[in-house]
Design a protein around this ligand. Sequence first.
Ligand SMILES: Nc1ncnc2c1ncn2[C@@H]1O[C@H](COP(=O)(O)OP(=O)(O)O)[C@@H](O)[C@H]1O
Ligand SMILES: [Mg+2]
Length: 346
Amino acid sequence: MAVANTIPAERVAQNKRSGSLITLDDLKVEYLSPRGPVRAVDGVTFDINPGEVVGLAGESGSGKSTIAMAILRILQPPAVITGGQVLFGGRDILAMSDSELEDFRWREVSMVFQSAMNALNPVMTIGDQIVDAIRAHSRTSKSDARQRAADLLDVVGIEKARIDSYPHELSGGMRQRAVIAIALTLNPPLMIMDEPTTALDVVVQKEIMYQISELKEKLGFSILFITHDLSLLVEISDRIAIMYAGQIVEMAPARELFEHPLHPYTQGLMQSFPSLTGDKKRLTGIPGSPPDLISPPSGCRFHPRCPKRFEMCDKVVPKLAEVSPGHLVACHLYPEVRAESQNHGD
Ligand SMILES: Nc1ncnc2c1ncn2[C@@H]1O[C@H](COP(=O)(O)OP(=O)(O)O)[C@@H](O)[C@H]1O
Ligand SMILES: [Mg+2]
């Protein structure tokens, strides 16, 4: 792969340096609705280190995409960011001006959406679309940009010869790879992938996941990988955060999370895995459905669905607390959480 001449070495080194790359601190986002504010993201705190892959998983509607859009500041009304900070290299993204944001997006953080492969321009070749993306952000000659576009296609596993193909001439998997190539054009230190493989069949999904982890090993960028399918995160993630009803309920190193899931919701998600034979019967783990985010349940938001709930669960909001090194959970089953939650009251 032509990675070496595609990405400057110092940028790769910079991507791999230590210290947190992005920090979300008590982020709150609401969608205003006639019935009242929908608290889609309600006090979310986590960070991503350089070169780290953080997986963000949770049922549909739990607020994952809202977090992604808040980081890129692409939320549209009726969404309002009502609190918190998003620090990137020490700068608060939430305080950036429009022109600062223009520089920031794509150069510092790029994004691949689930539906991105349908967002390719149908009347332009993929090569021209990558060339445009390169030239929109840097002074590069057409021929250099075309060379780089070919290298980028190679990097994501598309033959260079396909550079003059139109999107409709490519399979769904190749279109999604082309979109990843576009997101790589400026080699941003952080890439957000929001359900990037959800529309693809399982085999192509696996191939692309493998390719993404290879790319990040080589280029050293960080990834926030969003999915409703926890099983996709096993191999790719360094750490995993589990979201429920606008909040993070558990966060831990990937292997630790899979071996010792602590939150009853996480345990339920694990039992909902499709079986290895591809049998699709699922979600036996968690009966019921996620709550209304306009008036969420009191105490722990998961308590109405929780098989392990006890007396305090509908009364005291559980705080996220560290119960073993690097393993945080927000559930009253754990003494550290009870101590933390009662100290702070609510
Ligand atoms: N434009 C909107 N108006 C009102 N509510 C919205 C809007 N967009 C999203 N929501 C609500 O915000 C919550 C979080 O949505 P989203 O971030 O898309 O979740 P996810 O990506 O986890 O599926 C959901 O309950 C959804 O209904
Ligand atoms: Mg989403």
